[in-house]
Design a protein around this ligand. Sequence first.
Ligand code: SF4
Length: 333
Amino acid sequence: MKHANISLFVPHMGCPHQCSFCNQKTISGSVKSLTPDCVTETLRNAVKDKNEPLDTEVAFFGGSFTAIPRVYMISLLEASKPFIDAGYFNGVRISTRPDAIDEEVLGILKKYGVKSIELGAQSTDDEVLKFNKRGHTRQDIINASKLIKEKGFSLGLQMMTGLLGDTDEKTLKTSDDIISLKPDTVRIYPTVVLEGTELGELYKKGKYAPQTLENAVHICAVLLKKFHDNNIKVIRLGLHSGGNVEEGFIAGAYHPAFGELCESAIYLDILKNELKNSRNENEFTVFVNPSEISKMTGHKGCNKSELLKEGYIITVKGDESLSKYELKLKGRK
Ligand code: SF4
């Protein structure tokens, strides 16, 4: 069974604030309002193209779904409901703001087959939230997360790194808080400075320094490993390429293979630690799970080159018995 979402973008509607980093038009690559007819047409086409069973959800992403006018929100859900009821899709997934969740709206979502709710938490540091004009607090994140879980939805939390006023320490605290809220999934986005945003203006005036790609990879690799060790699935790391992000890009930690860079950094770190105990040898075969070979080797072989600079020659091979982030070393000299 393949997993894929049918993504429907609700661009920049329902946002009572304008967050410092957000130019929703740029992120979603779409400026047209989503209509119930668009929903029906998209889902009808998806069903028509379906020639194998797909483990698929209908995903309303982009804006703050539960903050859009209620009548409009329900009209979109009404358009997707017949497809959910007919069993074509597993359910509906939405993304929204932590301060746009209460018992009443959760009741409506449940009625229309919503199964997963993702909250844009971004940080649990109140100062960072304020500097970046999020318009909600750390407590809103906690309250909404608890309520979502209590009502039986799958909870997703999104966090960012490198926001205005953010530090690695605050980022790590955010990840601790997220772990304690026990979400089912997490998305991690290093801040990308886009044209038409407040951060863009501050950056141009020299009042905001975005994270370098190197710093972002370093901290996001730590986060990724931490969530993995706590059995929390990271379903996205870094903004998707396309969707006009490249055109709106001014500065910040954007790389089309950002997730792979972080995975490679984790493997390099683990391997370096192992190598500390093997001082007398310099040529090794490193075994990892076959699906992880490219991550161990590194993006464009960067881990191999990095180790070569330190005097190590490695060959990477697969071993089915090893799980993710587990490795075995065999000296060759
Ligand atoms: S709440 Fe979300 S969609 Fe709205 S401005 Fe902020 S980041 Fe953008």
